[in-house]
Design a protein around this ligand. Structure first.
Ligand code: APR
Ligand code: PHB
Length: 390
């Protein structure tokens, strides 16, 4: 089998890249380890920057997003028992849209399949060969048979645990990392959200986040230990802890409902540089991950492939190499801005140690400054809604 761009991974990065290439008349094959059902159901984050919404809408995959996505103009920061609104749209002129990542994935899969795309779900043993000779071949197994795709370029969009990054010889890539001494326990519940806008809460017992998916579905998170066992968190304990951390004693309550899904997300910051080697281009979680506190993961993945799509388009249109040559350098500027913002939000909102009153006081001072200084609030807001360029 031969194609122009071989794409590994059908998350937001791989699917959007395949779609953008299609619009430019460039062919691709997408290879995905999991089933279609699995990728469409995997519950992940749900905040789209305005730039991400624009990208989806301008490229014809934003109809359902426009209908069902909830446009938000602010977020709340809660600390010391009080809630403060950061009016993001007033400060930046931009908005965010709440729309689950798996909904973006569903829309992209539907658009690609409707256009006759070749997406292979449930492939295994994916291996990249021929990169050093600039003749990439992706070898894999599908439905019990050994197959291969020969291509001009490989796009490694296979997430943090993917295999593409490892196809680069040792010593070429460098990883920059930061770990955090906690994880998030997330629940999706059939409960009407008791909020109109997200609440990020710094609480002595640990961080909590109140988010939503629709007028009937709430999405909530609690800071837990990094090695937390879900078995120790029956639904009752989760709700009790959410009440404790999110309620401020003024009569407002977190609405409870049946828990539809729950899971523990570890927290890490990682950037791998450069994002390219020879004819292998890496995008999204395959080369960088952020703690979810800044809501940047899906947005970075989409921003990467927007650049990559333009690079491949220029190459196929007139053998232009400038955009592809600059891909890693350009993408990394946004990646590092998001790294800093995500680390900053995480540091300001979580409890890092059992007993560190000095740091707690610093956090409260910083939070108070953010909500009382227009300059500082604008800095948070412009990062949160997404900087157009950095
Ligand atoms: N072969 C084929 N597919 C693979 C392999 C492999 N060896 N390894 C992983 N994959 C697939 C995964 O099953 C997944 O569907 O690659 C896809 C990667 O998708 P994501 O993890 O969603 O990564 P990305 O598209 O970069 O999107 C980043 O996802 O994890 C969130 O917070 C993150 O919101 C961010 C977004
Ligand atoms: C979510 O709704 O899942 C969500 C919202 C904001 C975040 C992270 C996750 O920072």
């Amino acid at each position: 089998m031969r194609t122009q761009v071989g794409i590994v991974g059908a998350g937001p990065a791989g699917l959007m890249l395949s779609h953008l290439l299609h619009l430019e008349g460039v062919g691709s094959v997408v290879l995905e380890a999991r089933s279609r059902d699995h990728v469409e159901r995997r519950v992940r984050a749900g905040v789209l920057e305005q730039g991400s919404v624009d990208l989806l809408v301008e490229n014809g995959v934003g109809d359902r997003l426009n209908r069902e996505g909830a446009v938000h103009q602010g977020i709340n920061l809660q600390f010391d028992g009080e809630r403060h609104r950061v009016p993001m749209t007033e400060l930046t002129g931009r908005t965010i849209t709440i729309y689950g990542q798996q909904e973006v994935v569903k829309d992209l899969v539907a658009a690609r399949l409707a256009a006759g795309a070749d997406i292979r779900f449930e492939v295994s043993d994916v291996r990249l060969d021929g990169l050093a000779a600039d003749e990439p071949v992706i070898r894999f197994r599908h439905r019990g048979r050994a197959e291969e795709v020969r291509c001009d370029f490989v796009a490694g969009c296979d997430g943090f645990h993917g295999v593409c990054r490892d196809a680069v010889p040792a010593g070429v890539l460098r990883a920059y990392e930061r770990g955090y001494p906690f994880a998030w326990l997330g629940v999706l519940a059939r409960a009407a959200p008791a909020i109109d806008e997200l609440v990020y809460c710094n609480h002595p017992a640990g961080f909590a986040l109140y988010s939503l998916r629709s007028p009937e579905i709430s999405r909530l998170y609690l800071q837990v230990r990094p090695d937390e066992d879900l078995a120790g968190w029956p639904d009752r304990r989760i709700w009790d802890e959410l009440h404790r951390r999110l309620e401020t004693g003024d009569g407002w309550v977190v609405n409870e409902g049946p828990v539809l899904e729950k899971g523990v997300t570890p927290m890490r910051s990682v950037v791998v540089e450069p994002m390219q080697w020879r004819r292998l281009y890496l995008a999204g979680d395959a080369v960088h991950i952020v703690p979810p506190t800044g809501a940047k993961g899906m947005n970075l993945a989409l921003a990467d492939v927007r650049l990559l799509g333009q690079g491949f388009a220029a190459w196929y249109a007139h053998r232009g190499t400038d955009l592809l040559d600059d891909y890693s350098r350009t993408a990394l500027r946004r990646v590092w801005r998001a790294q800093h913002f995500s680390w900053w939000m995480t540091s300001m909102l979580h409890r890092f140690a059992e007993d560190d009153p000095y740091q707690e006081r610093l956090q409260l001072s910083q939070l108070r400054y953010v909500v009382s200084s227009r300059a500082y609030a604008t800095s948070l807001a412009e990062n949160y809604v997404g900087l157009p360029t950095v």
